[in-house]
Design a protein around this ligand. Sequence first.
Ligand code: 6R9
Length: 637
Amino acid sequence: MDLRINSFDDYKRVYDYSVAEPENFWGSVADTFYWQKKWDKVLDWNFTEPNVKWFIGGKLNITENCLDRHLEKNADKTAMIWEPNDPEEHYRSFSYKELHFKVVQFANALKNNGAKKGDRICIYMPMVPELAIAVLACARIGAIHSVVFGGFSAQSIADRINDAQCNLVITADGGFRGSKDIPLKNIIDDAIVQCRSVNRIIVLTRTRTPVSMIKGRDVWWEDEIKKVETQGNPDCPAEPMDSEDPLFILYTSGSTGKPKGVVHTCGGYMVYTGYTFKTVFQYQPGEVHFCTADIGWITGHSYIVYGPLSQGATTLMFEGVPTWPDAGRFWDIVDKYKVNILYTAPTAIRSLMSFGEEPLQGKHLSSLTKLGSVGEPINEEAWHWYNEKIGKGKCPIVDTWWQTENSGILISPIAGITPTKPGYATLPLPGVQPCLVDEAGAELIGNGVSGNLCIKFPWPGIIRTTYGDHERCRLTYFSTYKNMYFTGDGCLRDEDGYYRITGRVDDVINVSGHRIGTAEVENAINMHADVVESAVVGYPHDIKGQGIYAYVILGTSTHDHDLTRRDILQTVARIIGAIAKPDKIQFVSGLPKTRSGKIMRRILRKIAEGDIANLGDTSTLLDPNVVEEIKQGAADL
Ligand code: 6R9
């Protein structure tokens, strides 16, 4: 069976084959990778425990696929280009040979510091090449990385380190992001006070911010590299990993409690991210791929680091933000490096759109051949602007839908092959079997239906467990609907069978493409001394997609509401991070509750959306009067 997709008919043929014979299909895809030992069996699965295993018995190391295997023919090809935050600073670029050298060198430094297979290593770094190098070096020695986004607070880092019992942390003195300078090592120092498992911190020099280095615990990245040089050991053998050995943990928010550590495994993750990268973007040798995500999120893991490198691509990594020093920054980068594929988020597009066309003046964007979108639904206005102003009407847009739990893209056009429709993620990729179900769990057959989006058959990149708590994984994803993986998203399948994701149906808010749990924000707000109770909902936000709206009941001690509002914001920033700060805080004297004490979020959501005309049935409320007061307060806000 020829699995190449050069036309829409090819797609349909390959898709049908992948559903009819999933094991043969994925076996053939996996054959395009380098395995130390081939698997004995492609797949074993059930969604009840759940227990999903791919490429059983296979041995591999993902870094041999991302680095070593390109050395024979493409050693001098550019693997990674790095654009610094400050456009005046010199860029850096690494050939495959150079990147391989850096990775094995740092892998040896990790070993010198006691790291070994199976250890959990927390990485809290700015978007510099050493972040990608650290990630790959962990994979090289079989240590499980847990990358924490640089915007999270000390408390969030401590929670993540403790949950995974990390023994080593890799960080930097600080990081640059736009006009800001983030004191990463200081934040780690604050976090580590609560973390007894950590015995070593490796610190990279980036901002030269003064940091405290504790004897016996903290070491400099640069010194550790020098030690490896004096040892004169130029190689670090790639640790043989079982297909199902964990590769990494990445924490993500859900509707309840603390973030969960999503676990992905070596074989399936490698095959899925490599295949989807190559297929969705139709990557051609020599093309420069610019994914604007941060490596602290899944998009950065899969489509800056692992996916592109396993396919021998040139991946571009950018340290800064789209609007600094001005709103033309992305376009300068596209122009400077002749970027071919640009993969970004709707929130960035909307933000750049708001600056008009001036920042595009004089920027040559003709190198672009394909555009991608990820993270949240893309509104039609942003889609058209992206298509016309950036793609000049000649670049296919791939609106890629997927989640942290999925490893890689599940529903998306294939660039230049699937006919697109603004706002639609279009069709499932080969090997992906989506279905829509109603509230009762019955599958909705046929087209022109809306429901909750589930996947009924495993793909190699599916979540294996939530770290340290398998039951939580089962409850969150596999218990809502029998024998299905539940995504938490609502979805429409139109008359053509095209999928349009309508947004989360659970208590997760998508702020600028980042998932934030309402319960998490409430917990943080409730930690403020004057807060009695709070309820958090999402509401439509022009740039961010969704904003955070908090209803807060204060105790009697508060007089200055403005100050309290700022104190609450500061508390949330301390507990979670600045990304979780509410956009609006409304002080209320009560919350709409049912007689059984449940907050009726539906009503709060409507009020936050400004849709107060039809609040629906409020007769079951304990005290319907609070709704009137909240409506009034919202109007005054
Ligand atoms: C990759 C990533 C996952 C949630 C997901 C959905 C939303 C992502 C989307 C999209 C509409 C798209 N989402 N891509 N919604 N269209 N193309 O973003 O992972 O951070 O885990 O978020 O993001 O709601 O459930 P993650």
